[in-house]
Ligand binder design. Structure first.
Ligand code: GTP
Ligand code: MG
Length: 138
C-alpha cells in the first residue's frame, strides 16, 4: 500500500473542519496512520513549499500557511496519492468536482483547505519533512 502526505490548511482548521475533512478521507478508504497539529513559522512554510519559490503567489502562500494551525497527516491506502488528490478536488474550488473537499469547503484558489503530495517521490520527501518513522503507525 501507498502513503501520501496531507495537510489540512489554516483556513480549514480556523473553521473547525478537521473532522469533516478526515471523514472524507476515511470514507474514501484512506487510513490516517499519522497526524499532528502544528503552527508553522513562515520560514518553515517556505521550506515546505520551496518548489514554488519562483511562483508569483509564493510569499502569499507562505504567509497563509503560517497564519494559523495546520494538521499534518500521513494517509495510507491502495493508490493513496491519486486517491487523495481525487478526494481533494481541483486546486481552484471553482473547478473542483461536486463532493470533493475543495468543492465543499475551500474559500479560494489560495485558501483551498488541503494539500496533498503529487507523486511518489514528493510524498516520500514531504512525509519525512513532518514525521519520523516512529510516528507513523500503519
Ligand atoms: P497542493 O496540494 O497544496 O500542492 O495544491 P495543488 O497541487 O493542487 O496546487 P499547486 O501545487 O499548483 O499549488 C500549491 C498551492 O499554492 C495551492 O494549493 C494553493 O494553496 C496555492 N496556489 C496555487 N495557485 C495559486 C494562485 O494563483 N494564487 C494563490 N494565492 N495561491 C495559489
Ligand atoms: Mg501541489
Amino acid at each position: 500500500t501507498e502513503r501520501t502526505l496531507s495537510i489540512i490548511k489554516p483556513d480549514a482548521t480556523k473553521r473547525n473542519l478537521t473532522g469533516k475533512i478526515n471523514a472524507k478521507f476515511e470514507d474514501a478508504g484512506l487510513r490516517i496512520v499519522a497526524q499532528k497539529r502544528l503552527h508553522l513559522t513562515k520560514a518553515q512554510a517556505g521550506k515546505f513549499y520551496e518548489v514554488h519559490a519562483e511562483r508569483p503567489f509564493y510569499d502569499e502562500l507562505c504567509e497563509f500557511m503560517a497564519s494559523g494551525p495546520v494538521v499534518a497527516q500521513v494517509l495510507e491506502g491502495e493508490g493513496a496519492i491519486a486517491k487523495n488528490r481525487e478526494v481533494m478536488g481541483a486546486t481552484n474550488p471553482a473547478d473542483a468536482a461536486a463532493g470533493t473537499i475543495r468543492a465543499e469547503f475551500a474559500e479560494s484558489v489560495g485558501e483551498n483547505s488541503v494539500h496533498g503530495s503529487d507523486a511518489a517521490e514528493t510524498a516520500k520527501e514531504e512525509i519525512s519533512f513532518f514525521f519520523s518513522g516512529l510516528e507513523i503507525v500503519g
